[in-house]
Design a protein around this ligand. Structure first.
Ligand SMILES: [Zn+2]
Ligand SMILES: [Zn+2]
Length: 423
């Protein structure tokens, strides 16, 4: 008899963490945090504590909602291995180091320190897509997830059952990556993300065309087009789109996106057009101080920069310079979570992180780029895999999703934090 204990990421996006107990081994799958958690004192949502007698940790990808609490395991004395792709380890290191910096800047509780990241480096087991490796008596296989470079899904074959843990998944091709191909062996239990179980994304090609048309239209007004983007994945996709569609204005790349792009270029196996990304990166200018940023603002120009949800990074500098310039633009490229500066700007027209609040008069719009399956793809995914049981995680609408699955005759569960499911 095996069981899954859900330590976080239940009916919410953030702090994904599941413990698989096969009877002979305990395997932790992801151990993330929730950024901007209104219920915790310091705003960080942590997963439930796990006993350290685990036999291995599987990390699907670098994002902090999956990786953010792994260094804390080492802080508490964990001495075992973490399994992930080399790309994921490399990118996660950037995010872990950044977490330490931000926590100390904000005077928050430190869940881990630099030396814990070094401990991960000593205990990391780099695995590649297509590989199968053992953890005690179970065999673990790794598949590409199409979400961000390095992202993967794991299938654990316990000898009695096969359990698949998707992490974040995208079956659609984007300009950056090929979508996940759900050609898996037989799966008994499918633990899946459901971020967009209530939203259908518009086809990528159409979205790209609409986005590029808007950029061209705005550049024709001689203004600056600022494209706030997530450092990992989205910034690189935007660089590729700008190149593909022959945007003539100078392109700038700023913030953590620069380091992320350099790292991502080290792992061309995850990219659809690695040479194009290399060229796009080399053609982009990378401002390294505010004087350089001033030059970038001498439009017409395009600036791809962090933060993706507008709450910091060089974006905070740029917006102060352009917020009341009607020929300038802010084109958001990802979902703006409730409570973020981006969401507030969309809802109120005010950029709040500034003390007085900036009454934003420049043009702004959001484009629904996504690195996750939409509603239709999630249902297609389940249908293709046809498991005995679906466990829906990583989504605020997980309960509605399983109701819809049950109507289609699929056994499904949306666990709550702390629940254990046996099979
Ligand atoms: Zn993710
Ligand atoms: Zn996630």
């Amino acid at each position: 008899m095996s069981s899954l204990k859900f330590l976080g990421g239940c009916r919410e996006v953030g702090r994904s963490a599941v413990l698989l107990d096969t009877g002979s081994e305990k395997i932790l799958m992801d151990y993330g945090i929730k950024l901007s958690d209104s219920e915790s004192e310091d705003g960080i949502g942590r997963p439930e504590k796990v006993n350290l007698n685990i036999d291995g940790v599987l990390l699907t990808h670098c994002h902090l909602d999956h990786s953010g609490f792994i260094p804390n395991l080492y802080n508490r004395g964990y001495k075992g291995s973490v399994y992930a792709t080399a790309t994921t380890f490399d990118l996660a290191k950037t995010l872990w180091e950044d977490s330490i910096k931000i926590a100390s800047m904000e005077g928050r509780q430190q869940d881990f320190v630099e030396s814990d990241i070094k401990k991960i480096q000593r205990n990391q087991r780099r695995v590649t897509v297509g590989q199968t490796f053992p953890i005690v008596n179970s065999d673990v296989s790794i598949y590409g997830a199409g979400h961000v470079p390095g992202s993967s899904s794991f299938i654990v074959d316990t000898g009695e059952k096969t359990v698949m843990y998707t992490g974040d998944i995208n079956t659609n091709d984007t300009r950056l990556m090929n979508g996940a191909d759900p050609n898996y062996p037989d799966i008994d239990v499918l633990v899946m993300e459901t971020t967009y179980s209530d939203i259908d994304h518009s086809p990528r090609k159409k979205l790209e065309e609409k986005f590029v048309k808007k950029i061209k239209e705005r550049l024709a007004k001689d203004g600056v087009v600022i494209i706030p983007s997530f450092a990992i994945g989205r910034s690189q996709e935007i660089l590729l789109i700008l190149r593909k569609h022959g945007i003539k204005a100078p392109v700038y790349l700023d913030g953590m996106s620069v380091e992320a792009t350099k790292k991502i270029l080290r792992y061309p196996e995850f990219l659809r057009y690695p040479d194009e990304l290399k060229k796009a990166y080399h053609n982009a200018k990378t401002p390294y101080n505010d004087n350089e940023r001033k030059k970038a603002l001498e439009g017409p120009s395009v600036i791809v920069t962090t933060a993706g949800m507008l709450g910091g990074g060089p974006f905070a500098y740029y917006i102060k310079e352009i917020y009341d310039e009607e020929n300038c633009s802010i084109l958001m490229t990802g979902y703006q979570v409730e409570g973020t500066a981006g969401r507030k700007l969309l809802d109120t027209g005010i950029y709040e992180p500034e003390k007085q609040g900036l009454d934003v008069k420049c043009y702004y719009e959001i484009f629904d780029f996504s690195a996750h399956c939409g509603r239709k793809e999630l249902f297609d995914y389940v249908e293709k895999i046809d498991p005995e049981m679906v466990i829906a995680m990583h989504g605020e609408k997980a309960e509605e999703f399983i109701e819809d699955l049950e109507k289609r005759g699929q056994k499904a569960i949306a666990p709550e934090k702390g629940d254990t499911v046996s099979f």
